[in-house]
Unconditional design. Structure first.
Length: 187
C-alpha cells in the first residue's frame, strides 16, 4: 500500500511549491488534498484491521463500534466547525469504505488460502489510531467546505480522487475505497 511518510513528504513539497508561487497539482485545489491524505491513511489502516480479523475470526461488521464512532463524531463536530449530522454522514462513508477494504482483502486471502506474512496488529491499538486520525479528518473536512459547496464539486472530486490514486499508485482495492470514501462528499 501507500507509504505515508512519502505522503507527508509530498505535502511538504507541495507547501513549498505553493510558497514559491507554483500552482501545484490541479487536484489540490479547494483544500481537499489533506482530506485525501487522511482518507487514504484511514483506508490503509483497513489492511491491518483485516489482518487482525483474519486471525481472530471476528466479522467485519461491528455495529456497536460503528455507533460509538458516529456518536463521537457527532459530539466532536461542533469543536471543528462542522454540523454533527454532516460530519456523521461523512464518517459513515469512511466506515463503509474501510469495511470495503477489509471484505476485499479477506476475500483475496481466502481465495489464496493465506493472509500476508506480516506482523499482526492489535485491534484495540488500531482503533486508537483511527480515533486519533478522526480529529485530523474533521479539521480537513471543515477546511474543504468551499470545495464541497462548489457547483463543480462532483466532477472536481472525481478528478481529484483519480489523480490522487494515480500519483500514489493505489491498488484497485484502495482506489475503489477512496471513491467510496468521497462518493457523497459534495453538498
Amino acid at each position: 500500500m501507500t507509504d505515508f511518510t512519502l505522503g507527508r513528504l509530498s505535502r511538504g513539497l507541495l507547501a513549498g511549491a505553493l510558497l514559491l508561487g507554483s500552482a501545484g497539482p490541479a487536484w489540490c485545489a479547494g483544500s481537499i488534498e489533506p482530506l485525501l491524505n487522511f482518507v487514504a491513511e484511514r483506508n490503509a489502516i483497513g489492511d491491518e484491521v483485516a489482518l487482525s480479523k483474519w486471525d481472530s475470526g471476528k466479522p467485519v461488521q461491528d455495529a456497536a463500534r460503528e455507533a460509538v464512532v458516529l456518536s463521537n463524531v457527532r459530539e466532536q463536530a461542533p469543536e471543528h466547525g462542522l454540523d454533527p449530522d454532516d460530519a456523521a454522514r461523512f464518517f459513515g462513508m469512511q466506515i463503509e469504505s474501510n469495511k470495503l477494504v477489509q471484505y476485499q482483502l479477506l476475500d483475496q486471502w481466502r481465495l489464496s488460502g493465506r493472509a500476508p506474512d506480516k506482523p499482526r496488529p492489535d485491534l484495540t491499538a488500531l482503533r486508537k489510531r483511527l480515533d486519533r486520525l478522526q480529529a485530523d479528518m474533521l479539521d480537513a473536512l471543515q477546511a474543504s467546505a468551499e470545495a464541497r459547496k462548489a457547483p463543480d464539486c462532483p466532477v472536481s472530486t472525481a478528478r481529484a480522487v483519480k489523480a490522487y490514486a494515480q500519483a500514489r499508485h493505489l491498488d484497485p482495492v484502495h482506489r475503489i475505497a477512496m471513491v467510496r470514501s468521497l462518493g457523497d462528499f459534495c453538498r
